[in-house]
Design a protein around this ligand. Structure first.
Ligand code: MN
Length: 281
């Protein structure tokens, strides 16, 4: 099944029909996290039969997990990207990083670039959404903790600052168009992943090329932090990252999941002068 966000409401997408999942979610609860936690009950045949339906009608969807508790990023997780960045280390040396949950945006949004003068890149990635809490899980059991998968762009300002600073601006984590539940994917470790900027195919790889595949990432990350339902893992990008500028359109397609498309715009404001210095500071 596909969990999507239509006008802020968690829905199952069935063709052009949206099936609402969130009636009776207690006020104040995170509706998306709640439906993930209660997925089997909320998507049983009886529940779906009784749920309100409406046509999507071509409307753009919101982010399918608008506010994950945390976004974990895997740096340098494809060999060809390691070569293109001339990076010495992988996750084994660098550890993972955190992106701000406020960097999430969906297909109905845009990526606002805060810098005119610093290189900012697209990174097409497989996004993993956690369904069940995970602490110290082994890679053998890790995929049991996955709710589903989505297309993700890890937008990144190049430069010397910590990754969390360079990757956390508003709109720097586009996800969507929906989360495809794990049971729909035969093998998340061998999916075609492609990324375009406008009509230029920049990234064309397979998730089979990951240095640390999804199950191993979950083992590594969950040995440090407790992963919770709705948490998101950006699993790293293959070679082909490159600069994006306002007016561009980023597109990511992942086999068995779908295609995410999002425009790049100017943030229309100058960032703090300290960040303008880059590595000349
Ligand atoms: Mn990345």
């Amino acid at each position: 099944m596909r969990l999507a966000n239509l006008d802020g409401q968690p829905v199952v997408v069935d063709g052009d029909t949206a099936i609402a999942l969130d009636d009776r979610v207690p006020p104040g609860a995170d509706r998306f996290r709640t439906v993930i936690e209660q997925w089997p009950e909320r998507t049983s045949p009886a529940a779906l039969d009784a749920a309100p339906r409406r046509p999507i009608g071509g409307r753009a969807l919101g982010p399918p997990m608008p506010r994950p508790g945390k976004i974990i990023g895997a740096p340098v997780n494809y060999r060809d990207h390691q070569r293109e960045m001339q990076a010495e280390h992988t996750i084994a040396g660098l550890g993972f990083f955190l992106k701000s949950p406020t960097s999430i945006v969906g297909p109905d949004g845009a990526v606002p670039l805060p810098f005119a003068g610093r290189r900012t890149d697209q990174e097409a990635e497989l996004g993993v959404v956690i369904g069940r809490a995970a602490t110290d899980v082994s890679s053998v059991d890790a995929l049991d903790h996955v709710f589903g998968y989505t297309c993700l762009v890890d937008v990144t300002v190049r430069g010397p600052e910590e990754r969390s600073t360079r990757k956390s601006f508003p709109g720097f984590t586009p996800i969507g168009p929906w989360i495809t539940t794990a049971d729909e994917l035969e093998d998340p470790t061998d999916l075609s992943i492609r990324g375009w900027v406008n009509d230029e195919l920049r990234q064309d790889a397979s998730t089979a090329d990951m240095i640390y595949p999804v199950a191993e990432l979950i083992e590594l990350v969950s040995s440090v932090v407790t992963l919770e339902p709705g948490d998101l893992i950006a699993t790293g990008t293959p070679a082909g990252v490159g600069p994006i500028v306002p007016g561009d359109v980023i597109r990511v397609a992942i086999e068995g999941i779908g295609e995410l498309e999002i425009p790049v715009v100017s943030a229309g404001r100058d960032p703090h002068p300290l960040w303008l210095r880059g590595d000349t500071g």
